[in-house]
Design a protein around this ligand. Sequence first.
Ligand code: GLY
Length: 352
Amino acid sequence: MEMMVELGALSYPIYIERGILNKVECHIKEKFNGKKIFIISDDRVYALYGECIESQLNGSYDCGSYIIPHGEQSKNFQMLSGIYSALLKAGITRSDLIIALGGGVVGDLAGFVAATYLRGIPFIQIPTSLLAQVDSSIGGKVAVDLPEGKNLVGAFYQPKMVLIDPNVLETLPKRYLKDGMGEVIKYGCIKDKELFELLEQSGSYENLKEHMTTVIYRCVNIKRDIVEKDQFDKGERMLLNFGHTLAHAIEQYCHYTRESHGEAVAEGMYQITRISEKKGFTKEGTAEAIGRILKMYGLPLKADIPMENLVSAITRDKKNFKNTLNLILLKEISESEIYPADIQYFDEVEMV
Ligand code: GLY
């Protein structure tokens, strides 16, 4: 399956296909006629797929690589200087290419390197986690973390191509699959009733597996559409933040040690819908439907943190300037809206 993200001169193709990892050279040749390719990956992903990709590219290109330790702690400024030095040492110029091979951390970091090294060189995304395949590899958000918070330094920098191989999910640890399923369910909630129904009918990841190419396609297609309309996140792109106001608060409150991002998003989606349903904004039964699906895919509904603690975390979140919150609420499944509110929205609201 193939689609184009139409962004004028920055347009790029996304290919979703089982086994596409074995055809990387062929796709790169379509787009790139330089001499050198530099792969940025992490130790886990590179051990699984590095050889497959490098052996294809070695015949036609001069290939280098930089392997970071896996995990969010690698997405920082210290890591950048080592990568920039390695790129210089390998003689990488603006006519060469970076490949980001890995999950969200690698994609964000390698994308930030590509956006900034020599004021920007081309890069392609080969996402290997479900979360990266359905979300972070598309749309050009690249970033590193600061000690004060996640993704606080970054850019909008589009890749030249995204290659998605659903087969790599076979080697993804279960917890990371669940992490990605949180975001998949989110797409159903905000825009796609058919996807929501497919998830419900399948009832478990085991049964959904055979449909994964379609599932990824549907999610990516929603993201493509949203990014085309609002590349710089000033309007419709905010819909992708459904569940995220509470999720970020939960993650911050627990210092990112308890829930994964997808698990926190799951709790956020269920809780905000329960609250907006109680306030009469959302059709009755919607929170229950979301809760049912989350449970099927092993995701949590409850954070067990008092609301006042989450409210302080929301207030501290540097993205919520001047007490204004753009909450994303559902009218019903697949109908989402940006709902401007302030922190008083959570007054007298209990977490369950
Ligand atoms: N991950 C949300 C966005 O790309 O806007």
